[in-house]
Design a protein around this ligand. Structure first.
Ligand SMILES: [Zn+2]
Length: 252
């Protein structure tokens, strides 16, 4: 079976719902710290193709899971109808910000953009979580904004890269089309994590079924399609992206 398809995603969701985790949306991260079961958070960064995010949310709903969809506020992704439908399925909506990129490094302007973007999202659903979007080809790290501004001032409670303790929360990401953190991953890497060296989604299913611990899994919906054309497009995009990122890592 091809990996990174909706069929495979069904299998992952089924495994998660059977494995005895407390699935938790990111906004509840601090409120559920006393949970007696290990928590599992599904985080989605909607970088492209909001339609695939909606399809993914429907799969999760079928398996009784709730997750967090972080939306970029750019024309190609910000689709109010789709965002509302995802929220109506019981999913949490978050903010996938790139305001320092948008403001070309101007911190004052970037903070205003963050407020405007959040106002647009909050017309559709409550938003109290955010995660940075990384544009590998720009020179800014969007997280740097929060060295000068406080995200609590814009009513954000959970910032994926800033106030979650990944020494306690195990983190997996599909970035670079592999669950192995060491590869093809400049921005989505959260720092020190034990090396799992998981490659495929069946590896991940096996691992989380055997090792119970608080877990966050980052999944980009645009990567998971059953349509061969989209699947190959994303495969080619990821393969080219991995090469570019490997070169950037070499140069830095
Ligand atoms: Zn992103």
């Amino acid at each position: 079976m091809l990996d990174f398809t909706q069929k495979m995603y069904h299998q992952l969701c089924q495994a998660i719902s059977k494995a005895g985790y407390q699935t938790t949306v990111m906004g509840d991260y601090f409120d559920t710290s006393e949970s007696d079961k290990p928590r599992l958070m599904l985080r989605h960064d909607v970088d492209r193709d909001a339609g695939l995010a909606l399809e993914m949310a429907r799969i999760e709903q079928q398996h009784g899971l709730a997750s967090t969809y972080m939306f970029r506020v750019v024309d190609s992704v910000f689709k109010p109808d789709i965002i509302k439908q995802i929220a109506d399925l019981g999913m949490e909506i978050g903010y996938h910000y790139e305001c320092l990129d948008k403001a070309q490094g101007d911190y004052t302007r970037a903070f205003e953009i963050a407020k405007d973007d959040l106002a647009k999202l909050r017309e559709l659903a409550p938003v109290k979580v955010m995660a940075m979007h990384g544009n590998p080809l720009t020179k800014w790290d969007n997280r740097d904004l929060w060295k000068q501004r406080d995200f609590k001032d814009i009513d954000i409670a959970v910032a994926a890269y800033l106030n979650i303790d990944y020494k306690k929360v195990r983190y997996f990401s599909d970035t670079g089309r592999s669950w192995d953190e060491q590869r093809g991953n400049i921005y989505d890497f959260v720092g020190e994590q034990p090396e799992h060296a998981l490659k495929t989604t069946p590896d991940l299913i096996d691992y989380i079924g055997k090792h119970h611990q608080d877990t966050c899994i980052l999944i980009h919906p645009n990567r998971w399609s059953d349509k061969l054309g989209k699947w190959f497009y994303n495969w080619a995009y990821d393969t080219a992206g991995n090469t570019v990122k490997a070169l950037i890592k070499l140069i830095r």
